[in-house]
Design a protein around this ligand. Structure first.
Ligand SMILES: Cc1cc2nc3c(=O)[nH]c(=O)nc-3n(C[C@H](O)[C@H](O)[C@H](O)COP(=O)(O)OP(=O)(O)OC[C@H]3O[C@@H](n4cnc5c(N)ncnc54)[C@H](O)[C@@H]3O)c2cc1C
Length: 311
């Protein structure tokens, strides 16, 4: 039994924990166990003592995740409150990995630090931004990162610079088992009113161009070199394409949305159908930017991925 093999913790440990209620897509099955560590020492001690055959998955705000309907085996780790603190000293903003990107942008604004405005439009956490090298409006996390702190599967702490992390477009080479716990970010002094104006511009631009109030995972596919995924998707006739209640947004056709009752299987099937149609039309293989994690629902696992009606 999994519960008999889990080390004692000071934070919270929940068995068979539902994930769909707080996932951005509002889909996905439960975690076998969900661990919210009390602090870095609790996390490190848990990882060091956890039997190595038990898989570990870390999630942030889930704004770049599609959690499959069968849920996630092993332990899911979600950093929360104790990892969401921020501080500013000498132009350096330190943020815990659970801190929302928007909060970091607001703290930078209050401190008169420019350069972190792009984070105000990204609905994830600093942990997700480090893993994905999140970026927008010409800036990426690597451009503002001084160093990140991470804990590996053995519970050992590492301090990493952007170069050591191999950060590039929506990707880092940091080993998959590293869990980021904090980041030091740099900004440059500027007038609060000017930083605020830039953040307002970002908010207005997002509101006008993205289905930000929908159940979505942001950009579904990474842009291929020199191309825009949305243009390839549009050219392949996939804007508004649906599988069940999953839809390629009519507002921004690189966004998959759950119109209400979609399953993760519907969403993934639609994404794969779009990839197939884009490949047929342009010869280009789109790469999923959204991370798909977990198992298919048991009743679906024997079915081929692309099936059912594509309307
Ligand atoms: C409406 C909308 C708009 C978006 N716009 C943008 C945009 O402009 N630019 C952009 O880059 N992205 C965008 N995204 C995608 C998403 O917000 C980013 O990728 C974000 O950085 C993900 O952060 P998260 O905390 O939600 O991570 P999650 O989605 O929970 O996880 C993403 C990946 O990060 C890993 N991860 C999360 N936390 C940690 C941690 N502490 N340590 C190690 N790994 C971790 C997970 O294992 C997973 O592999 C958008 C998404 C939405 C829904």
């Amino acid at each position: 039994m999994l519960q008999d093999r889990l080390p004692p913790v000071r934070g919270s440990l929940t068995l068979n924990a539902p994930l769909a209620p707080f996932s951005w897509f509002r889909v996905g099955g439960p975690a076998d166990a969900l661990f919210r560590p009390a602090d870095s020492d609790d996390l490190a001690a848990f990882l060091a003592a956890l039997p190595t055959d038990i898989p570990v998955t870390v999630i942030g705000a889930t704004s770049n995740l599609l959690i499959r309907d069968g849920g996630i085996r092993g332990v899911v780790i979600r950093l929360s409150g104790p990892f969401a603190k921020t501080s500013v000293a000498d132009g350096v903003l330190t943020a815990g990995a659970a801190c929302p990107d928007m909060t970091v942008a607001q703290v930078a604004l209050q401190a008169g630090l420019a350069g972190l405005e792009f984070l105000s439009g990204i609905p994830g956490t600093i942990g997700g931004a480090l893993r994905m090298n999140a970026g927008a409006y010409g800036r990426e996390t690597k451009d503002v990162l001084i160093e990140a702190t991470a804990i590996d599967r053995q519970g050992k702490t590492h301090i990493l610079t952007p170069d050591q992390m191999g950060m590039r477009y929506r990707h880092t080479d940091t080993p998959a088992d590293f869990i980021f716990t904090a980041a030091q970010l740099s900004g440059t002094p500027d007038h609060v009113s000017e930083i605020k104006a830039r953040m307002e511009k970002i908010a207005a631009s997002r509101e006008a161009s993205q289905p930000i109030r929908s159940r979505t995972g942001g950009s579904t596919f990474a842009n291929p070199d020199g191309q825009k995924s949305w243009q390839l998707i549009d050219a392949a006739g996939c804007r508004g394409l649906r599988v069940g209640d999953a839809e390629m947004s009519t507002m921004h056709c690189n966004f998959l949305i759950n119109r209400g009752a979609a399953t993760a299987h519907d969403i993934e099937t639609l994404g794969e159908e779009v990839r197939r149609r884009v490949k047929d039309q342009s010869g280009i293989d789109l790469r999923w930017e959204i991370k798909r994690i977990g198992d298919p629902a048991p009743s679906l696992s024997s079915l081929p991925l692309i099936e059912g009606s594509v309307l």
